[in-house]
Design a protein around this ligand. Structure first.
Ligand code: NA7
Length: 541
């Protein structure tokens, strides 16, 4: 006789044990739900578990890039530096897991490979790479926006006989670059952090730059006991203020247009931001910098002057200055001496706009120089070529909704959601910081807390009212996406071609992926929807 094995059932499946997944698991358990979490890594931490390349730091200040939902936690934990390095953020995540006994809610080293919606039972069947299946009423995809590396699209990269390193899959053992010839491909946040670190010891470092990024000095430092005490004295109130700000950082808002200030006044203000605040503040420095190209250019001009100050060779400086996109339409970086590496004799900028990268060879890389090519031999190639943002990680799972439709196919023409959290045809499947939510354009911890708390309240409401099914309506989703696209057209993002729009991955449709309205207005919109009985969602028992 064949023994029938029942598929275990839980109220909620949570995918991912990063900052979002840990909070979701904590909340669901607190609300009395049965929870099964899955995490493909061996431990908690998400981004900070997977990424461990040298020089990795968060570009949001430590005291802000941390949970705000537990007063005792934020009072007990003390950050050592203004901008934390990866090991400290990972130990924070581990501390939270210990403190709230979160690990027991997750199966680690377990990847969710498939989830299929049962339209009659209003539940999902979730299958892992171990072959186990669970049924769950609700599924929360806490999988992060920057989790799946962009495929390496450079010809010949597999032919390289030296060492290839990937920022997204860094070796556990430290890599010794001393005396080595190294190429770093990519000059986003990751490439900038890596190049700065590798330049310290490499024999020769070649930085292969296609599109330059704006980057400003971190002015990183140890936090003094007085500074920490001052933050902690007012933590809860400050966090609350930031939740309603445009970027989750609560930086001072603009009062007037860029040209309503004199040149001297504007320069002084930009200098103040440069030395004291996050560069994300520039977006909110004047009312028109995000909508008017000329106003926007005042920021670029100011920052360009800084590059010229920091780089000795004026030709190199000009190559490092972004000229092809408005300020703020690509991620602004924070560095610890990046531009200065170009003043070292062992560091060489390879401008791929001038000399396009043709291929990786068995011994190095080859660029076109007019009618000829030039080959450079290296020992190590480091790829810092970015992510298939927002959708990559969701596409890795077979998410099968109503009528057997796969999310991957439904989003072929572009990812669409309502409130960044649900997509039509996929009832009971919550996304955290999904497409058309602020996520990457904000302090993401503030954004993910808002999203997870909204989802938690929503599941509470559905449970209390006996609803077993929730689905975004087509109209609500269409309007939400249209509104975001309209903001894109209204702002300098209209000229943007970046991973914010899906442009970095071949074949990915150009869609405004992050919500551009800002963190505070997004929160208000979500709260209003909830107050209206989850307007724009179809609820059923
Ligand atoms: P990014 O910001 O997407 O940067 C990737 C970089 O890699 C960027 O400079 C790309 O140039 C470059 N790239 C990608 N493919 C190629 C090829 N084929 N040839 C040459 N150069 C290439 O990713 P990061 O990991 O640096 O940062 C992601 C986010 O993580 C960051 O914003 C923070 O929020 C944390 P391109 O721009 O395509 O010309």
């Amino acid at each position: 006789m064949v023994e029938r094995v029942e598929t275990p059932h839980v109220d909620v499946v949570i995918v991912g044990a990063g900052f979002a997944g840990m909070l979701a698991a904590h909340n669901m358990r607190k609300q009395g739900h049965s929870v099964q979490g899955f995490e493909k890594g061996a431990d908690v931490g998400g981004t900070w578990y997977w990424n461990r390349y040298p020089g990795l730091r968060c570009d949001v200040e430590s005291v802000e890039y941390s949970y705000s939902w537990d007063e005792e936690l934020q009072q007990d934990w003390t950050w050592s530096e203004r901008y934390s390095a990866q090991p400290e953020i990972l130990s924070y995540a581990q501390h939270v897991a210990d403190r709230f006994s979160l690990r027991e809610l997750f199966s680690f080293n377990t990847k969710v490979v498939k989830a299929v919606f049962d339209n009659d039972a209003n539940q999902w069947t979730v299958t892992t790479d171990k072959g186990d299946s669970y049924t769950a009423r609700w599924v929360i995809m806490a999988t992060g926006a920057l989790s799946t590396p962009k495929p390496i699209d450079i010809p010949g990269h597999e032919s390289f006989t030296g060492r290839s390193l990937y920022s997204t899959d860094w070796p556990a053992q430290p890599v010794d670059f001393s005396g080595k010839r190294v190429a770093v491909i990519g000059t986003g946040s990751t490439g900038i952090q890596l190049a700065t670190e590798i330049a310290k010891t490499a024999g020769e470092l070649y930085v292969l730059q296609r599109t330059p990024s704006w980057t400003v000095p971190a002015f990183n430092r140890k936090l003094s006991a007085d500074e920490v005490a001052a933050v902690k004295a007012n933590y809860a109130a400050e966090r609350e203020r930031k939740r309603h700000s445009m970027d989750g950082l609560g930086l001072p808002g603009p009062e007037k247009g860029a040209f309503d200030a004199t040149d001297e006044e504007r320069t002084a203000y930009y200098q103040y931001i440069y030395e004291n605040l996050s560069p994300f503040t520039y977006f909110g420095s004047y009312t028109d910098v995000l909508v008017d190209d000329a106003a926007n250019k005042t920021i670029s001009d100011f920052l360009a002057s800084k590059v010229r100050e920091r780089v000795n060779d004026p030709v190199i400086a000009e190559k490092l200055i972004p000229k092809s996109y408005p300020f703020g339409t690509r991620r602004t970086c924070i560095d610890s001496g990046y531009y200065e590496i170009y003043n070292q004799s062992n560091v060489h900028l390879v401008d791929l706009l001038e000399s396009p990268l043709k291929r990786i060879t068995p011994t190095g890389f080859e660029v076109s120089t007019g009618s000829t090519t030039a080959e450079t031999d290296v020992d190590i190639i480091v790829y810092a070529t970015g992510y298939d943002a927002f959708t990559g990680i969701l596409n890795e799972v077979d998410l099968v909704g109503i009528d057997g439709k796969n999310l991957r196919d439904v989003w072929k023409e572009g990812a669409k959601t309502y409130l960044g959290t649900m997509s039509v045809g996929f009832p009971n499947l919550f996304l955290v910081t999904g497409p058309q939510s602020p996520s990457v354009l904000s302090n993401v911890v503030v954004s993910l807390e808002q999203h997870v708390e909204w989802i938690s309240d929503c599941i509470e409401y559905l449970t209390e009212h006996g609803f077993t099914r929730m689905e975004a309506t087509q109209q609500a989703q269409d309007e939400w996406v249209a509104q975001n696209n309209a903001i894109g057209q209204f702002t300098v993002h209209r000229a943007s071609h970046s991973w914010y729009m899906g442009d970095n991955v071949a074949g990915k449709p150009h869609v405004v992926l992050p919500a551009l309205m800002g963190v505070g207005p997004f929160r208000a919109a979500c709260t209003e929807v909830a107050h209206d009985g989850y307007r724009g969602f179809a609820l059923a028992s």
